[in-house]
Design a protein around this ligand. Structure first.
Ligand code: NDP
Length: 332
């Protein structure tokens, strides 16, 4: 058993957040009944906000960021897990109020963990991570509100080149939906087409000014951007369509009118992947293993970074400059 491990540590001094790669004592880890040898974490938008200090997502300092990770159980006081079990963690405020995955070790509550699907490597599980879980939750919410591939309707994904957006495009396409991807990145058309997008629309088409109701186009939508983009999505929804809203990369203000709701029966479904109960998580991971094509996962998670490179990639993600997922190899 090692005495020390490497981790990214965030500290705050007079409102400014600093991040450094440190060697920490195992005894410094927070409370929890399982100790996980982390193999891979990954970079989410929230990690970018935490590391750059751009938005207050971290509740207490010092904090080890990383809102999800995959690894193997090293020690367990829980009957649910034994050393060597392969586990993945997403959500529960890890990396925000409990030390997270940008570290070689993590001590957490056993009930926060789920088994890594048998056909996935630890790298695959981290690559899917919070983005995959959230995208799958969006798809399941749309299905629960009646969306079916057989309807043949266009399903919109905004922020399509991002982590959640890429996963949503690939999942919806593999399920047989006609996916329209909205992106601000003209150079990403080949990438989105390879994930299964039938059509690509320029981000500004949705985020610009518009009438309270515009031409009805989308039978369903996954929105990862929020702000003006969400307003644009709502006014262009087809009658009875649902929007699974999970993100705010484009801002938190919400300015729309009541008309999409009362004149087109649009449903706005809020998605939060943080507090999902264990059994539902297992169902989500089973669906991911079944519905997310392997070649799409490989395409989405091509990029890998080390712990030492996390500040650089964190800055890129908050500036909207990361395509797909960046997997963090914590042992490199
Ligand atoms: P990414 O940075 O990977 O993706 C966000 C995408 O949004 C970008 O790739 C870009 O796509 C687009 N975008 C970025 N900045 C702007 C902007 N200023 N205006 C309009 N579009 C922009 O982030 P994630 O996929 O990790 O997360 C996406 C959002 O979902 C975040 O707000 C995150 O906090 C949220 N989230 C919510 C979860 C939940 O449980 N509800 C879980 C996980 C994430 P493009 O260039 O293609 O337009």
């Amino acid at each position: 058993m090692r005495d020390t491990f490497k981790a990214i540590v965030l500290e705050e001094h007079e409102g400014a957040v600093t991040s450094s790669l440190r060697s920490l004592a195992v005894d410094a880890l927070p409370e929890g009944d399982v100790l996980v040898a982390v193999a891979y974490s990954d970079l989410n938008y929230k990690d970018g906000l935490a590391i750059t200090g751009r938005n207050k997502v971290v509740r207490s300092y010092p904090m080890v960021p990383g809102i999800d990770f995959a690894g193997t159980i090293e020690e367990s006081r829980s009957p649910a897990w034994k050393p060597g079990d392969r586990v993945v963690l997403t959500g529960w405020g890890v990396g925000e109020r409990h030390w997270g995955g940008f570290a070689q070790l993590a001590r957490v509550k056993s009930e926060w963990l789920v088994p890594v699907p048998s056909s996935y490597s630890l790298r695959d599980a981290a690559a899917v991570g919070t983005a995959g879980v959230t995208a799958m939750m969006c798809v399941m919410a749309l299905e629960a509100h009646g969306l079916k591939p057989a309807d043949g309707k266009d399903v919109l994904v905004t922020g399509a080149t991002g982590g959640v957006g890429s996963m949503a495009v690939a999942l919806l396409a593999s399920l047989g939906y006609r996916v329209v991807a909205s992106t601000g990145r003209a150079e990403a058309h080949d990438y989105l087409t390879a994930l299964g997008a039938h059509e690509i629309v320029e981000r500004s088409l949705l985020s610009g000014p518009g009438k309270p109701l515009d031409t009805a186009r989308w039978g369903g939508a996954v929105d990862t951007v929020g702000g003006d983009t969400l307003a644009g999505v709502l006014r262009t929804m087809a009658y009875g369509g649902s929007v699974a809203a999970c993100g705010n990369a484009g801002g938190i203000p919400f300015t729309t009118t009541i008309l999409p709701f009362i004149l087109r029966g649009v449903n706005l479904l809020g998605i939060d992947s943080l507090p999902v109960p264990g059994e539902t998580r297992r169902q989500i991971w089973a669906r991911l293993e079944r519905d997310l094509p392997r070649d799409a996962l490989d395409r989405i998670a091509r990029r890998e970074a080390t712990l030492a490179e996390t500040l650089e990639v964190a800055q890129q993600i908050v500036e909207g400059g990361v395509q797909g997922r960046v997997v963090i190899n914590v042992n490199e």
